[in-house]
Write a protein that binds this ligand. Sequence first.
Ligand SMILES: Cc1cc2nc3c(=O)[nH]c(=O)nc-3n(C[C@H](O)[C@H](O)[C@H](O)COP(=O)(O)OP(=O)(O)OC[C@H]3O[C@@H](n4cnc5c(N)ncnc54)[C@H](O)[C@@H]3O)c2cc1C
Ligand code: SF4
Length: 786
Amino acid sequence: MAPAYDALVIGTGFGGAVAACRLAQAGLSVRVLERGLRYPKGSFPRDFEDPRNGWLWQHRQGLFDIKLLKGMSVVQAAGYGGGSLIYANVHLRPPPDVFASGWPEGYSRESLDPYYDLVAHMLDVQPITASARGLPPKTKRMQEVATKLGREAQFFYPNLAVRFAPAGEPMPNKFGVLQEGCSYCGECDIGCNRRAKNTLDLNYLAVAEQRGAEVTTQAEVTRIEPLSPGYRVTFTDHANAGMQRTVDARRVFLCAGAVNSTELLLRNRDVLGTLPDLSARLGTRYSANGDFLAFAFDTKEPWDPAVGPTITTGMVVDEGQGKDKTWFLFQEGGHPVQAAGLMMAMDPDRAMTLPADLLQRELVKVLRTRSKEMAAIENERGRFQAVFLAMGRDKSNGRLTLSPITRELQVQWDVPANLPLYRTQEQLCEDVARALGTRAAFNPLWERLHLPVSVHNLGGCAMAEEPAYGVLNPHGEVHGYPGLYVMDGAALPVGVGVNPSSSIAAVAERNVEQVIRQVKDAPNWVAPERVPTKAAPAYPPRVSMRMMPEVETVASPVVSGTDPLGDVVVPPGGTVASPTPVVGLRFTERMKGFLQPNHPSPEDFAGAARAGQRGGQTAEFVVTITLPNLDRFLAQESHGGIVQGTLHVRGFTPPGGAPVENGVFNLFVGTERFYERRMLYLMPFTGVDGQPYLLDGYKEVNDDAGFDVWSDTSTLYTVLRKGHERTGPIVATGIIRLHLPDFLQQLTTFSVLGTSSPLKQADAMRRFGGMFMGTLWDVFARAKFD
Ligand SMILES: Cc1cc2nc3c(=O)[nH]c(=O)nc-3n(C[C@H](O)[C@H](O)[C@H](O)COP(=O)(O)OP(=O)(O)OC[C@H]3O[C@@H](n4cnc5c(N)ncnc54)[C@H](O)[C@@H]3O)c2cc1C
Ligand code: SF4
């Protein structure tokens, strides 16, 4: 039997909306499945007391899907319109050199420009300067900051998909859908209840429905299975008690977003076995697009984060050459008035000290509680809170995988390899904060655990000519599976460095055009908006549509869009260097000992180590500890660093050892006793049985009767826990030691990061050594002599 539809589109973000619109315009029968809800005017959640009331995908298909993945925290949207519902409206084209490597043949800025123009036309983009309301305070602050920092030539106003018309007056947009003008309420990232954001449901998706696309929301796709011809797609119908339903279609366009599309394909290949021939490269070339989040509290002048669209300005940083090039954008950010408490929970000075030994999920729980406590803080203070967002060209060297036994999605993200970018971003955040008369504060997940948060996830199903290099062919069709396409952020083979939605949509425009030309055997087919004025399409009202226009309109044709980033001037030697360069430090440590499984008394470290030694229960690790920012390492109470390396624990790790996954090191954390400090080592890993474990060890540095510096700083009291949290049950206990020959070797491994100046390197070593010795002095000597 012939499949019911010519095309099935999964997901309605920037890829899915483009695909659905063009396929329907081309006259194909189109079905759309979207896991989230529709948001008619005024329906975005606003219950700030209860996170389960409309906010979280996990609770009745709410708006935000926040995934605390091992290796990366990911924020994305669920809803009809995908990321456009909660994004900050910024539309930028990456500079031409982004396409110079990593892309299949045929991709360049020049070849994509007509599609960027088309996207700009559909989403009606324009900068904040087009608004009759004038510039919001934070926009003006950033203008001043750029001048103070000597970066005026790299300052610009990005295009925004926002309607800058009078607020409160509904008017049809060019597709006949009613919208109002922007009221500057600052709520863009929690859904625009005024419909001033040009979200995808008001343009691309509206046109798709006008042209007959059938849309089912609350429909979460779980399985894709080849038929002959076409594919059978299974989805969970959340609107009908989670019933399992199927749809057959000749072609499937997977557009569930970079993380979800990749996960769905991984599950269909590795768990369900329905798509066994997917490329071995599935999951690779993941990019977090260099996302970096920071804050500033108590700015000298009001920042007024809740006034104006969330982002209105940009500033380019472009330093170095070749593989040492660092390129990123800095953008000012805002937040709704009601989020002031949440932001203040990030303020290290105000949020009380956070315990140093919390891992990802525990830390998020504590921050959630703190933000509730902070919610009562008077609004006036909230006016002096700034949000900083940076994004840039990271190494795009991440990998999305399913954990072998638990099948949990995880990200392998190499923070140290991307540190030159992150360090420069931190540095600029500090400079901007200083120019605003205060200090920068960093996202605690970064500050404590060096876990980035990404809202701009890309890659995982990269396009490449050959399946040996990527999952998709250069037109987005899955290698080995004709008629199955991926047309969202997952298809981009490298991070674009700028806010990516324009690029995702432009690539989808290009690729769906190719599909339509093939299917219709019409080699010159183009989107109707690209044909000359006389033939421009009408957007007729349709009775059956829930939210569609009363007014018939005729679209104006596409004209060349503007490229504000292209007007930025970068001097030949690069942008001005920061006056406060960030210097880091790295060293490698090897420790060996014994861990006895199921020792009757888990706190009896010495007894367990002896038992372990008798039974040959060896434990050993070689780890590299990176302190990305020495200044902050020295200033923070938790003195945290990143741990990477390999662990061998007999009976728990495979013969070749287990890699440490986002390990944390804290030097000299205070305890309840003044003359006592602890060095903490937290090393999550996956055991030989595929289960998560945590090596949780501490060195106790105190002025005990023995007064033995060497023993104190070389003895790691260790437990092995099940799971990746410090509350997990203990499964082994013992002691792992630093032996003198290994310590002497360790001394040769110290290297200073971020400067090639011998003077600065010596200074960094002196400061680190001073802190190390200074703390040992506090512990061992001051008690005796003060
Ligand atoms: C807070 C925030 C601010 C941002 N600001 C900007 C910005 O200013 N500019 C910019 O360019 N980018 C911004 N982004 C990023 C931008 O939103 C994403 O890059 C973009 O939305 C990705 O498009 P996509 O088509 O790949 O996926 P998405 O837009 O994420 O769309 C995927 C869709 O698929 C649906 N889906 C997922 N799984 C399934 C399933 N199994 N079955 C059915 N449906 C499914 C989802 O619900 C979603 O609707 C921001 C993101 C966030 C979170
Ligand atoms: S500032 Fe307010 S009205 Fe304007 S686009 Fe954002 S949410 Fe909508």
